[in-house]
Write a protein that binds this ligand. Structure first.
Ligand code: ITT
Length: 194
């Protein structure tokens, strides 16, 4: 069995490949099908954007398509950057530069509450779909720390662990992350499906 993982983000890919290992399916990537994979993410929600990516990957490959749309919601910024997390501060910025923008936006702010959200969908060629969501609560640190993970992980502080997400190993991150929670919920549905 083969599925296509509808992402161009290497950090997500690494985490998803490890989380999906119990499925026993061969995961292909859109890039292997000879097309640049950058569908327009015009949805207003994570779930809508995940579906857009899954639809594009299914159309490209004919394979069951698994898509993750995720991002960071910061309470003091009214939920921003949200669905714009990958583009926060403008296109073409490095993750480190995006993190600097976020710190500047929160300068002097004492409410540091934030959460990562992940919406997942697996869309099958017969149009059946499994969907799941995962949320991980945390805080925005005052400065970046750690070299693991990707994106906003160096700023995402987990009080319970006294570490940022980027200070966790891949395995530890997958145990508690929004993506880990969403993938395990999806796998439970897959196991229960007729
Ligand atoms: P694909 O659409 O190709 O999968 P992308 O990076 O554009 O890759 P999204 O549109 O879902 O993916 O944007 C998610 C952004 O949210 C991502 O680029 C990071 O900046 C951030 N993000 C999501 N999950 C994260 C995580 O586990 N750790 C750190 N940042 C994360």
């Amino acid at each position: 069995m083969e599925w296509v993982l509808a992402t161009g983000n290497p950090g997500k890919r690494r985490e998803m490949e490890s989380l999906l290992a119990p499925l026993g399916v061969r995961l292909r990537l859109p890039a292997e099908f000879g097309a640049a994979f950058a569908p327009d993410e015009t949805g207003a929600t994570f779930a809508a954007n995940a579906r857009l990516k899954a639809e594009a990957a299914l159309a490209l490959t004919g394979l069951p398509a698994l898509a993750d749309d995720s991002g960071l919601e910061v309470a003091a910024l009214n939920g921003a950057p949200g669905v714009f997390s990958a583009r926060y501060g403008g296109a073409g910025l490095s993750a480190a530069a995006r993190n600097e923008r976020l710190l500047a936006a929160l300068a002097g702010q004492t409410d540091r509450a934030a959460r990562f959200v992940c919406a997942l969908i697996c869309l099958f060629p017969d149009r059946r779909a499994l969907t799941a969501e995962g949320v991980c609560e945390g805080e925005i640190a005052l400065a970046p720390r750690g070299a693991g993970g990707f994106g906003y992980d160096p700023l995402f502080y987990l009080p319970k662990y006294k570490k940022t997400m980027a200070e966790l190993s891949d395995g530890e991150k997958n145990e508690i992350s929004h993506r880990g929670l969403a993938v395990r919920a999806l796998l439970r549905q897959w196991a229960a499906a007729p």
